[in-house]
Design a protein around this ligand. Structure first.
Ligand SMILES: [Fe+2]
Length: 369
């Protein structure tokens, strides 16, 4: 799983490599003596600048990783400004901007102070006209005010994200806490659904994977209304009990609606037990009448149900589950998903083993939204 710091590092490396490529183009057309002397130094800076952090990142504790990456960024910007033959102090403006990605105002403020100090020191060393320095500092203050707004906005978005994740946690605990046999079911279904979704996107289907993941995570929230005795009953259910269980898809949709989830979330939850041949529930929709995400979740849901122990039967092996599912394309499942399921089946097995060895809910929910 890619961490936020890794994303920042990739971004920095991308900037550096673009710089190196741009430099090669400029060098190809500008063979002046002044530039010839600078070329190796600048190229070395672009290509080696983020090596210190890249090499050490796996040995540093998380807190120090952040600080070290930040120092690496400062060192890169300063060296670049010193090496360039032009007065491009605006390079420092990027520092506070990139610092937003650290998700801490401390880095935004530190980078801003660093920028102001660097602007003053550099303009003094290079003997820049004081008027230009004042103009640059004024521009920076305007830029900084804008940045603080963006930073506050992004932290409020993060806070909302965090609360949404917590709500999803709470819902999953509430559903699965009632029935030990379905522990981890929602998370596994979400993982399988995303595997299918990714494969479909590679084939040109338009899908929102984050939404698919959340819908799959909460697809069974309606089970909160199902009586405990029915959920954990050993042996065959009576017709009445089975009817009560079947109410969970409609109940889940109503609850998701009350919780404020968008309409298409509600619809996909409602129809996750429909069958392609129209014999499912609650509305006996058939074929393409069933929303696409519901069809995907139905497949992921069945694979997990088959490969999990139940009160009334042992778990099927992945191969047995695969065979059962393959026999049901066109009846229970959308035949469109048949070739996709065949392609992703090895990934299902891999994911299943990975999750069995690492059942931490925290890890698996990290990138819910
Ligand atoms: Fe369900």
């Amino acid at each position: 799983m890619t961490s936020q710091l890794d994303k920042i590092l990739y971004l920095q490396w991308s900037f550096s490599l673009i710089g190196a490529i741009a430099l090669t183009f400029i060098y190809g057309t500008d063979l002046s003596e002044e530039f010839n002397g600078l070329y190796p130094n600048l190229m070395a800076l672009f290509l080696l600048s983020y090596l210190p952090y890249t090499l050490l990142k796996n040995f540093l504790p998380y807190k120090w990783k952040k600080r070290f990456l930040f120092l690496n960024m400062c060192a890169f910007s300063t060296t670049l400004t010193f090496l360039l033959p032009y007065d491009i102090y605006f390079i420092f403006f990027f520092m506070p901007l990139i610092s937003i990605l650290f998700k801490s105002r401390f880095y935004v403020y530190t980078a801003s102070i660093f920028t102001v100090i660097s602007l003053i020191i550099l303009s003094t060393i290079k003997g820049q006209d004081i008027v230009i320095t004042i103009i640059e500092l004024t521009l920076f203050v305007c830029f900084f005010i804008l940045l603080v707004f963006v930073s506050r906005l992004s932290s409020s978005i993060l806070q909302t994200d965090f609360l949404n994740k917590k709500m999803i946690y709470a819902l999953i605990f509430a559903i699965e806490g009632k029935d030990p046999y379905t522990k981890g079911h929602s998370i596994r279904v979400a993982e399988y659904a995303v595997i299918i979704g990714k494969q479909m996107m590679q084939k040109g289907y338009d899908l929102n994977l984050s939404e698919l993941k959340i819908i799959a995570l909460i697809h069974d929230i309606g089970k909160m209304y199902t009586p405990y005795e029915i959920l954990v009953k050993e042996g065959k259910l009576t017709d009445e009990e089975y009817s009560t269980i079947k109410e969970h898809s409609e109940n889940g949709a109503v609850l998701a609606d009350r919780l404020g989830y968008p309409k298409h979330f509600v619809t996909n939850i409602r129809h996750h037990h429909e069958r392609y041949d129209g014999r499912g529930y609650p509305q006996r929709l058939a074929g393409k009448e069933i929303p696409l995400m519901s069809r995907i979740i139905a497949l992921a849901d069945t694979y997990d149900a088959l490969t999990s122990n139940r009160t009334y039967r042992r778990a099927f092996t992945p191969d047995e589950a695969r065979r059962i599912i393959m026999e049901n394309f066109g009846s229970q499942f959308d035949p469109l998903l048949e070739p996709i399921f065949e392609e992703v089946y090895p990934l299902f097995v891999e994911k299943q083993e990975e999750m069995a060895s690492n059942p931490s809910l925290d890890d698996q929910l990290e990138d819910v939204s």
